[in-house]
Design a protein around this ligand. Structure first.
Ligand code: NAD
Length: 358
């Protein structure tokens, strides 16, 4: 038996446990085929952690310890109406998510957006606009407005956006590194005509670009980028941007594929990385066995490739997913009027199809 990789698995809430079960099944199948092993150990995060700790925390210390001791963290999703308490001081599931990103120093979020040709019809965009779309959004993840001061005054409120030069530099550098393994083009997205943090961002991005003469580089205002993503998405290779803009643009870009159920993401720092689907916990369909596990499986693919260097296994998994889709198998969220009823499968059956294709 070859190497054993330790994976801290965080099923979380809603459909999380259902799609995580498929990830584990697929990891076991990959282990057999590629002579490696994956030791998966579950830990608590989000609403399930809030419940288990009697409302104390969405991120128990044991979870952080388990994450730090692992080769990678695989998360499903957190949240749900049960924990939707917006009152001041309330413990909320997403504190688990923000907390683990911060504690593991995960400053860089990678969101690949790739069109599976057999799903092009699911996109709200015309198929001709989708030709050649293969982009990577690199989002800064631990700075900016989400982590700045939030305050109420007598008659207003403020949220503060703060970035240091080094925070910008390290994430922009990841974008240029990623571009070298792709089509060699970085677009830095900001709002430098209005925001001081964006003006600093632009300066630093230009400095880093100077060290990568082999990579084409340009800047774009975020409002224009939002428009260009639907008008001409194929022009982009790597887009790099700050936390809030990246949050919004990556959700917009996700719709190019037609389904949130098809998008994975990686969050990288200097230590253990975290992999998760881009969608949430889908409480509206939780427990019914109909959730699409493919974004979770594409997160596994990213993990195999990025953290474990198992490129052959990652390619095999990605090829298996493509084959299952080409054979017409769909979960309900990616089915359309033309999908025969007997090709619409549930979560577990979709996992089985991928394993069979492997
Ligand atoms: P969501 O992504 O959970 O769901 C949006 C819509 O997409 C729903 O109709 C859902 O059924 C569908 N959907 C999402 N994933 C799917 C899948 N794998 N298969 C089939 N359909 C899928 O977003 P939301 O409804 O805004 O949020 C629900 C909960 O998830 C909230 O509590 C929110 O805070 C949380 N959330 C968590 C994360 C995360 O854990 N990273 C991200 C976003 C939202």
């Amino acid at each position: 038996m070859g190497k054993t990789f330790k994976v801290c698995t965080l099923p979380g809430d809603g459909i999380g446990p259902e799609i995580m079960a498929e990830a584990k099944k697929v990891l076991a199948a990959i282990g057999e085929r590629f002579d490696v092993a994956f030791a998966c150990e579950d830990a608590l995060i989000g609403g399930s952690a809030i419940d288990a700790t009697g409302g104390k925390t969405a991120l128990p210390e044991e979870t952080l310890d388990a994450a730090r001791a692992s080769d990678a963290v695989l998360l499903a999703a957190v949240g749900g109406p049960k924990w939707d308490d917006t009152s001041e001081g309330a413990v909320r599931p997403e504190q688990g998510l923000l907390g683990i990103r911060k504690e593991l120093g995960l400053f860089c979020n990678l969101r690949p957006v790739r069109i599976f040709s057999s799903l092009a019809g699911a996109s709200p965009l015309r198929p001709d606009l989708l030709e050649g779309v293969d982009l990577l959004i690199v989002r800064e993840l631990t700075g900016g407005m989400y982590f700045g001061e939030h305050a109420r005054t007598d008659d207003g409120a403020r949220d503060t956006c703060v970035y240091s030069a080094s925070e910008i530099e390290r994430v922009v550098r990841r974008a240029f590194d990623a571009a070298r393994g792709r089509r060699g083009h970085v677009t830095s997205v900001d709002k430098a005509n209005v925001l001081e943090t964006s003006r600093l961002w632009r300066e630093i991005a230009a400095e880093v670009a100077g060290e990568y003469p082999d990579v084409e580089f340009d800047n774009m205002y975020v409002d224009n980028a939002a428009m260009q993503l639907v008008a001409n998405p194929a022009q982009f290779d790597v887009m790099v941007t700050e936390n809030t803009f990246g949050d919004i643009l990556s959700d917009e870009a996700s719709m190019l594929t037609g389904s949130l159920g098809m998008l994975a993401s990686a969050s990288l720092g200097t230590g253990t990385a975290l992999y998760e689907p881009s969608h949430g916990s889908a409480p509206d369909i939780a427990g019914r066995g109909v959730a699409n596990p493919l974004a979770q499986l594409l997160s596994v693919e990213l993990m195999l490739r990025t953290s474990f260097g198992l490129v052959d296994a990652a390619d095999a998994l990605s090829g298996a997913i493509e084959r299952v889709l080409d054979d017409g198998w769909r979960t309900a969220d990616i089915a359309d009027d033309a999908t025969p009823a007997d090709r619409i499968v549930g979560t577990s059956a979709m996992g089985d199809k991928v394993i069979a294709a492997l």
